[in-house]
Every structure is written in C-alpha cells, then in structure tokens.
Design a protein around this ligand. Structure first.
Ligand code: PGA
Length: 257
C-alpha cells in the first residue's frame, strides 16, 4: 500500500516573529489536503511560538542533541523540543554533517534520542557531486544510511534522500536516479527492520519546487519531500503539497502522530 505522503519544510536559519503569519498561512492552506501530512521545521527558538500559533499543525526542529541533558552549551534536547511543542525533528542534514562535522554515529544517537522521546524523525542522507560523478552514489548513500540508522524505527522514522549537489542549487537528479536510490534505500530499510521497513517514508529533498514536484512524487518509493527554499512562502510551498495530494491514493494510509 502507498504510504501517506509527508511534505516537510526546512526553514533552516530563516524565521522571525514577523514570519508567524506565513506559518499560519501554510498551516491553514494545508488543511485543504487531509491526504498529505505537512510539517514545518523551524529554528529552535521559533518552535514554541509557531506551535502556539498553529495548534494541531506539525511543527518540528532541525536538529537535536543525543543526550538527555547536561553540559552541552547551545544545544537542545529531544525533551526540550517536545516541551516547546515540536512533534518531529530533522537529524543529519548535510549542512550539519558538513559545518558541524556530525558523524554517522552521532546522527544515529540523535535519531535514537528523538525517537525514544516520541518525536518523529527525518534522517537525512545524500552524496556529494564527486561521489555521484564517480558512479558510487548508491553504495555511498546506503553505507551512510546503514551507519546512521537508529536501532529501531519506532514507527516514527522517515529517511530523506538529499543529494548534496541538489540542495539549493536548482539541480535535480533524473527521475531514474531518484528511483534507483529510493529503491536501494527501501531494500536497506527492509533488511534492517523487516516488514516495518516498508512503512518508513522515504522523502526526496534538493531543489523541490512546484514545477518538478509532481514528476518526483510519481517515482515509486518517493513518499514525500523535504523542501528548503520553496517552503518559506505559502505561495511556493502549498502547490508542492497539492502535487503530493494528487500523486497517489492514500486511503487507509498511516498518518503522522
Ligand atoms: P532546497 O533545500 O529545497 O532549498 O534545495 C532542501 C534541504 O536542504 O532540505
């Protein structure tokens, strides 16, 4: 059965109080698409205000620390995200793997900490342009997935395949390349989790916009999208949600908690 699609926005380091109206516009317009799960991952400091502004709409964080609490200056725990009103978090985004030097083992610990608190998790993986051009994209991404995957999916895990060279560049892999990668990710998830691996949503991320979303959502094993730049404005983001709603029937499909 097709999984219910998840379209999650990653606001990265964008968002002030004055943007709460845009968050509200996105939440309101998403209400017209009950067949799609929609979420916005906002800066940690905006989570509480955003979740109060749009009750019932899924607000998430963009990172989480693996420890429950302690001497970790500047970091945010899973319990803190939940306490602020988040229902999900991204872990292992390539911008953090790169700039904050996050290892696969650390990403795995973060995913486990978030899942054990009851958060949904979007675990990001993806290859560099050098790896893609060398023809090693699938094996590299699957090795990264194997090393970052939490011990259990907890029924709340999504994986986002985000080729680094496609993020914020306007470049997108071909639908064949996306299909090949998502099929390999699905096989790995089924290896790791058995039947539950079939229920883990696999999102595509990297320059998703209204004009390419329909084509991407039609690829088998694409169960949604992680959207950066095009998630900042309702006018850009909602047509992507609409494309997800049109892409496949979702009767009886699993919903975001
Ligand atoms: P983009 O970012 O949609 O702006 O390419 C995607 C992401 O980094 O999650």
């Amino acid at each position: 059965m097709a999984l219910k699609k998840l379209v999650a926005g990653n606001w990265k380091m964008h968002g002030l109080s004055s943007d709460l109206a845009e968050i509200k516009a996105i939440a309101d317009a998403s209400g017209a698409y009950p067949g799609v799960d929609v979420a916005l991952c906002v800066p940690a400091i905006l989570i509480e205000r955003a979740s109060r502004a749009v009750p019932g709409f899924a607000i998430g964080g963009q990172d989480v620390h693996f420890a429950e609490k302690g001497a970790h200056t500047g970091c945010v725990s899973a319990q803190m995200l939940l306490d602020a009103g988040a229902v999900l978090t991204i872990v292992g985004h390539s911008e953090r793997r790169d700039a904050q030097r996050e290892s696969d083992a650390e990403v795995k610990s973060k995913a486990e900490a978030a899942l054990s608190c009851g958060l949904q998790v979007i675990l990001c993986i993806g290859e560099s342009l050098e790896v893609r051009e060398a023809g090693n994209a699938v094996e590299t991404v699957i090795a990264q997935l194997a090393a970052s995957l939490p011990a259990q999916s907890g029924g709340r895990l999504s994986v986002a395949y985000e080729p680094i060279w496609a993020i914020g560049t306007g470049k997108v892999p071909t639908v064949e390349e996306i299909g090949e990668m998502h099929a390999a990710i699905r096989r790995k998830l089924e290896d790791a989790f058995g039947q539950e691996g079939g229920d883990v949503r696999i999102l595509y991320g990297g320059s998703v916009k209204a004009s390419n979303a329909g084509e991407i959502f039609a690829v088998p094993d694409v169960d949604g999208a992680l959207v950066g730049g095009a998630s900042l404005k309702a006018a850009d983001f909602i047509p992507i949600v609409g494309a997800a709603a049109e892409s496949r029937p979702v009767e009886g499909a699993r919903a975001i908690a």
